[in-house]
Write a protein that binds this ligand. Structure first.
Ligand code: ADP
Ligand code: MG
Length: 335
């Protein structure tokens, strides 16, 4: 068959491209049964999460297929990490337009293979359909935590320090680069920012180590301010963030020197896939050791407190003068 011919049939697709990704997970039964079995380790329970990505909404239709696959998987792994779970397996539902090619699906499967190796997860099943619309990929991921220990949004305490991993804002600025909205940013910085948007780095190794240290945790996907607000709402608390403490990459800093207004983009842009968590100030020592061991920056950016009134915004961001910043949007919403 020609390399660039159209898609193979459904069963060939599964047997040829997906079944190899199920090797190494006995409960997947080689994708030859109707369903799969996941046996959690003794004393553990499963954490389940699904996230779909849609062509033209979450990625560009001409993005490389291996990167699309990795993003689809990684956004789910990021949620599991923020919940303190070790990822084990995932299901893949893929809706394919008939115009896609064999090369595309090959690239897609190779992206999954690469990340399976990196994160120790396996494909254990799914569904394959055709669609008259753009390609759509839904992954459901399963990880495990010690029973009762999943990190929750709602367990923050007044007096907790607010921490975030890695750097914030790279992805949102990467989108600005792709839109040609940052023409004066250097080539190295531009490439770095776009890469951060295209391929999230879920904090898979770190997340499970936060069990026992963090009180509340969420992954930053909608935007730092919006996601912190989620923690505040469910924990019935407020938070103050000091903008000058925000961890920024060298590339993001170079953008902000020329365009300080983009600090708001970093705070609200989203797609960071870092872990935002709260912990008592006494955890700071353990966290800095963990940060060093895993080589993942962990930065204190603010604190949790009792809300002073029921009408105030639950998240206050202070600028370098200690003044509350006015943010036009706090994060991404679909509707
Ligand atoms: P059903 O007829 O019940 O929908 P399918 O023929 O769709 O079953 O699926 C057959 C097997 O292939 C099942 O084990 C299913 O989990 C697996 N499978 C189908 N599509 C995918 C996919 N995109 N990724 C992984 N496994 C898949
Ligand atoms: Mg089916």
């Amino acid at each position: 068959m020609k390399k660039d011919s159209g898609l193979p049939g459904e069963f060939e697709l599964i047997a040829r491209y997906f079944a190899p990704l199920a090797r190494g997970f006995p409960g997947a039964y080689g994708l030859l049964d109707d369903a799969a079995v996941i046996a959690p380790a003794a004393g553990h329970e499963l954490v389940a999460k699904t996230d779909a990505i849609v062509g033209g909404v979450h990625f560009l239709l001409d993005d490389p297929p291996d990167l699309i696959a990795r993003k689809a998987l990684r956004v789910n792994l990021s949620d599991l990490a923020a919940k303190g779970a070790v990822p084990r397996a995932y299901l893949l539902d893929i809706m394919l337009p008939k115009t896609l090619t064999r090369d595309w699906i090959e690239g897609f499967a190779s992206g999954l293979a690469q990340d399976q190796d990196e994160y120790g997860v396996h494909l254990i099943g799914g569904d394959t359909d055709s669609t008259p619309g753009p390609v759509c990929i839904a992954i459901a991921a399963f990880g495990e935590v010690p029973i009762g220990r999943m990190l929750r949004r709602g367990r923050a305490r007044a007096g907790d320090t607010v921490f975030v991993t890695g750097t914030i804002g790279d992805s949102a600025l990467g989108i600005e680069v792709l839109r040609n909205a940052l023409p004066d940013v250097g080539a190295v910085a531009a490439t770095f920012l776009v890469e951060r948007y295209r391929v999230p780095r879920p904090r898979v190794a770190l997340g499970p180590r936060l069990v026992g240290l963090a009180n509340a945790s969420i992954d930053v996907s909608d935007g730092l301010v919006a996601d912190l607000r989620h923690i505040c709402e469910v924990s019935e608390l407020a938070a103050v963030v000091e903008a000058p403490r925000l961890p920024l990459s060298v590339a993001a800093r170079s953008v902000l020197v020329a365009r300080p207004g983009h600090l708001a983009t970093a705070l609200t842009g989203g797609d960071d896939y870092e872990i935002l968590f709260t912990a008592p100030p006494t955890a700071a020592g353990d966290l800095s050791r963990l940060s060093e061991t895993l080589d993942v920056p962990i930065t204190a950016i603010g604190r949790m407190q009792t809300p002073s009134s029921s009408t105030e915004d639950r998240v206050t961001v202070l600028d370098s003068n200690g003044q509350a910043m006015i943010l036009r949007r706090s994060g991404w919403t679909h509707f």
